[in-house]
Design a protein around this ligand. Structure first.
Ligand SMILES: Cc1cc2nc3c(=O)[nH]c(=O)nc-3n(C[C@H](O)[C@H](O)[C@H](O)COP(=O)(O)OP(=O)(O)OC[C@H]3O[C@@H](n4cnc5c(N)ncnc54)[C@H](O)[C@@H]3O)c2cc1C
Length: 472
């Protein structure tokens, strides 16, 4: 890499604020006061990201008379739900390919439920006036290397054969460049219906307001530190008082679960993103992008990118960093070497935007599990339900997970609880040093496959065989 180019990329980052662009918003609502003294409720929801917020909201929709309390350790939406790319996908399985490989018998059902879930999110956005820049633009999965073009074709053929290609369109280099002009694009698979773009933090804040309007009591800066069975219900300890609840739903994502046995199913993987300053009309014209789709490239180490409502470009992904020991720590939220790498890749994709600067750069932890899609379960004789493991595709799927948790707490058999995906668990991650070593070897192998025409080495083939994977 030429030193001059490196300096230009570093210069493009010189003014970038080290905070999520989405959370750096004058409209960020005040936190609700913390708990003071003991509380009682029918349902306690732990966690104020999308998972907890949807659970509280849907619980009230199902039964308006239910007394619901939500506790959040810090502020609503401060974690992954306020830092993500804002790709709200119908897929419940981290992409159809992953779902088809793992649950071939029920993938059609999973896709139907996922599409209905995305429709229900769109409906809730309208019904509750959630001001979150929701745009059902679809997504372009772009190939930037010849072997990726061949893989997209094969994948499209496989989906067509399985009857799963509705709404998908294969594009050649010229067709995709007419949509978004990058000299690196060699083909694409366009999903017109199955993905929406939104403002992540505004979705969390809107859901918070909708919950409050339905009578949910929300306590922020109130971490739940212990959960135990108590008399005929549950007792949850916080630093400011106890909460006695009949049932509890845990939407605690990558943070240590209050149900200890669940912890080994996920590891934190840090993902990073940049946001540019707003593009001028000329800059926007130079890249086209009239249909405002989200984009992702089809490498193992992939980038995702999209326009914001005010025509900035969010550019994220590629590096997926697993810290030894698997802890969630603020010091991992920023990684200047990843920012420089991402800036370089950005200008390779869009050389016509040379001179554009980044206004924000940030990272966040993803709850990666070995099957890349959420798992569910109950504890404390069915009084506690949990959902986690969304692995980088939880903006939409957390709403489905909320419904599953409520089904499980109600003891109801539904089309959701009957799914093998819901009834089975992922393989757990081993303890250190095996987790770090295995993940490092997998990452190294994935990078080599990207540089090597997509060819998977023996390690990756062995991992594929046992269904163990690593992704962000
Ligand atoms: C950089 C980045 C980019 C991403 N991009 C996308 C994307 O484009 N599309 C997509 O679908 N997904 C994306 N994701 C993933 C997506 O953001 C998550 O799947 C989703 O936000 C998960 O929501 P959640 O509510 O489970 O978790 P979170 O938003 O992490 O919320 C969990 C909350 O629980 C609270 N909590 C934890 N433990 C306790 C406790 N004991 N007591 C009280 N509170 C507690 C935490 O403080 C936190 O607020 C991305 C993630 C990252 C980090």
């Amino acid at each position: 890499m030429a030193a001059g180019a490196m300096n230009r990329w570093t210069a493009s980052l010189a003014d970038a604020k080290p905070v999520s662009y989405w959370l750096d918003d004058p409209g960020r609502p005040e936190a609700r006061p913390a708990l003071t003294g003991d509380e009682r409720c029918d349902l306690l929801v732990v966690g104020g990201g999308y998972s907890g917020l949807w659970t509280a909201l849907l619980a009230k929709e199902r039964d308006p008379g239910r007394d619901v309390v939500l506790v959040e350790g810090r502020e609503i939406g401060w974690a992954a739900s306020g830092r993500n790319g804002g790709f709200c996908a119908a897929s419940l399985t981290h992409g159809t390919a992953n779902g088809l490989a793992r649950w071939p018998k029920e993938i059609k059902k999973l896709e139907q439920l996922g599409a209905a879930n995305l429709d229900a999110i769109e409906d809730a956005v309208a019904r509750y006036s959630l001001d979150c820049d929701f745009e059902r633009t679809g997504e372009l999965d772009v190939a930037t290397q010849p072997h990726q073009v061949a893989e997209l074709r094969e994948y499209y053929a496989e989906l067509s054969e399985a009857g799963l290609a509705d709404g998908l369109e294969l594009m050649d280099a010229q067709e995709v460049r007419e949509q978004v002009a990058s000299p690196t694009f060699q083909g694409a698979l366009y999903d017109r219906e199955g993905v929406a773009m939104l403002h992540p933090a505004k979705l969390a804040w809107g859901l918070k307001q909708a919950c409050l309007d339905l009578g949910v009591r929300i306590y922020e800066h109130t971490p739940a530190t212990r959960l135990a069975s108590h008399a005929s219900g549950l007792a949850v300890r916080t630093p400011y008082g106890r909460i006695f609840a009949q049932t509890a739903a845990l939407g605690t994502n990558v943070f240590p679960s209050l149900v200890k046995r669940v912890r080994s199913y996920t590891v934190p993987v840090y993902d990073y993103a940049l946001m540019t300053e707003p593009l001028t009309a000329d800059q926007l014209a130079s890249i086209g992008w009239k249909n405002r789709q989200g984009l992702g490239d089809s490498a193992n180490q992939f980038h995702y990118f999209r326009l914001s409502a005010d025509n900035r470009i969010l550019w994220g992904g590629y590096d997926a960093i697993y810290p030894y020991g698997g802890r969630v720590r603020e010091e991992y939220d920023h990684r200047p070497e990843t920012y420089a790498k991402l800036a370089g890749h950005f200008f390779t994709c869009f050389p016509q935007l040379e001179g554009l600067r980044f206004s924000h750069a940030w990272g966040g932890a993803i709850d990666t599990c070995s099957r890349f899609s959420a798992f569910f379960g109950t504890a404390h004789a069915g009084r506690v339900a949990y959902a986690a493991g969304y692995t980088g595709l939880g903006v939409g799927a957390t709403r489905f997970g909320a419904d599953v948790m409520l089904d499980l707490l109600a003891g109801e058999r539904t089309e959701r609880t009957e799914l093998e995906m819901v009834r089975s668990k992922p393989l757990p991650f081993p303890p250190e040093p095996f987790a770090y070593t295995g993940i490092a070897l997998t990452k190294w192998s994935l990078a080599r496959a990207d540089d090597n025409g997509g060819r998977r080495n023996l390690w990756l083939k062995a991992m594929d065989t046992v269904g163990l994977g690593f992704d962000s």
